[in-house]
Design a protein around this ligand. Structure first.
Ligand SMILES: [Zn+2]
Ligand SMILES: [Zn+2]
Length: 407
């Protein structure tokens, strides 16, 4: 077998300086039947993570409005020690999370960069959907304060709990509801490189970001000598440039160029300039930041990444940055060790179901069951001749003695 190592670009969208081994076999032999050893594709749920390895999966990379190809902001970080972290839960990302085949119990730590809907629009779905998808632990959420209390994460999530009071009331009497508990950790938005999380050898710090109004941040995760930086939305800022230095993988927003926002999205020129280059970072600004940070690989996201936008975005980034780069798409996967950074796309199983719980469930709390009014009860059609056999079948199969409520 001859092993040839070549440097190639992964796709038109990700321009990388990574080596890929090409295994050249003797084709004169009979047609091989064994599986290929390495397809250069990531299949969620099929690969062990090395004890010193970090895997980062892009689960939302597009602009604020989600579309089939790209959800809004969300990134999953998995560590070789088993820890998993979600950075932002933007609109549309929940189904991408489900595609990872990770039981919900193990996705109970969420870090919010700011309170724009494209960064936490799927939080309620993930929180409450998770309670029937077998998350049996509280959902822990870290997010920044605001300039005043009502602009902070705690206030927003208190209101979210109130907004979903009907939903919460329906679940507690039916399923083990431990996963419905929210544990909110608000930290100062103006903390500079302050530790906001430290457990199990993992340290996460926050740095301020400059975006829209006070109350946006970016995160730095360090573990096992590896450094991961997740930039939420931001105008280029001195904190990112200073504290992201030395990153193995540095994510930073890279918005669409204003010209494309005018031609493809109907923004006026002044709107496009203000949004793309003052509230956000345009490709040239993203590139300049990466040139100052010099990560092992810089990752740009937060633009609609297509055949007709990627070339222009890349050309503009390359005006200011010539280092290792990936322009992210949903389901792009990064395996990071001290020796190597491997970038692939995932193959997603559209038929995937949420993974079953691994912990033992408690019985539902009957006292939490809220009774129907007499009015609603008066409309029920018990159909016992249909329902009783269903109960009998299950009771017989599992040795239970559950009775229908409606009789
Ligand atoms: Zn934003
Ligand atoms: Zn955003």
């Amino acid at each position: 077998m001859i092993v040839v190592s070549v440097a190639v670009g992964l796709t038109a969208y990700a321009i990388l300086n990574l080596d890929i081994d090409i295994h050249m076999k003797d084709v004169s032999a009979a047609s091989p039947t064994e599986p290929l050893s390495d397809l250069d594709v990531y299949y969620p749920g099929t690969e062990a993570l090395g004890p010193d390895e970090m895997r980062i999966v892009a689960l939302g990379t597009g602009q604020p409005s989600p579309r089939p190809k790209q959800a809004a902001a969300c990134w999953l970080v998995e560590l070789g020690n088993g820890d998993k972290f979600l950075f932002d839960l933007g609109a549309g990302c929940h189904e991408r999370i489900a595609a990872q085949k990770i039981p919900y119990d193990f996705m109970d730590k969420v870090f919010l960069s700011h309170l724009h809907v494209d960064h936490y629009g799927d939080l309620a779905s993930f929180w409450l959907g998770g309670t029937v998808m077998n998350r049996l632990t509280p959902l822990r959420i870290w997010g920044p304060s605001g300039a005043t209390p009502e602009f902070g994460t705690k206030y927003a999530l208190d209101l979210m709990e109130k907004m979903y009071i009907w939903d919460v009331a329906t679940r507690a009497g039916f399923v083990d509801f431990r996963g419905g508990v929210l544990e909110v950790h608000e930290f100062p938005y103006d903390g500079v490189n302050n530790v906001i999380y430290e457990e199990n050898g993992v340290v996460i710090r926050s740095i301020p970001a400059i975006h829209a109004i006070d109350g946006a941040v970016s995160f730095i995760l360090e573990w096992n000598g590896l450094k991961f930086v997740y930039g939420g939305d931001t105008f280029p800022n001195k904190w990112y440039v200073e504290y992201a230095k030395g990153a193995d993988l540095a994510i930073h927003e890279c918005f669409l160029p204003p010209t494309l926002m005018v031609t493809k999205q109907g923004f006026t020129p002044s709107e496009a300039l203000m949004v793309a280059s003052q509230a956000h970072s345009s490709p040239e600004q993203f590139g300049k930041v990466m040139s100052m940070v010099k990560p092992r690989i810089g990752v740009g996201y937060h633009f609609y990444n297509d055949f007709d936008t990627a070339p222009e975005v890349l050309e503009r980034v390359r005006k200011t940055y010539d280092g290792p780069l990936a322009l992210a798409l949903d389901y792009m996967v990064f395996n990071v060790t001290k020796d190597d950074i491997r970038v692939r796309m995932s193959a997603i199983d559209e038929e995937v179901w949420p993974s079953p719980a691994l912990k033992e469930k408690n019985p539902p709390d009957d006292s939490k069951m809220i009774p129907f009014s007499d009015f609603t009860k008066s409309g029920a059609l018990p159909m016992l001749e249909v329902v009783q056999p269903i109960f009998d079948e299950v009771n017989e199969k599992y040795g239970t003695e559950v009775e229908p409520t409606w009789k």
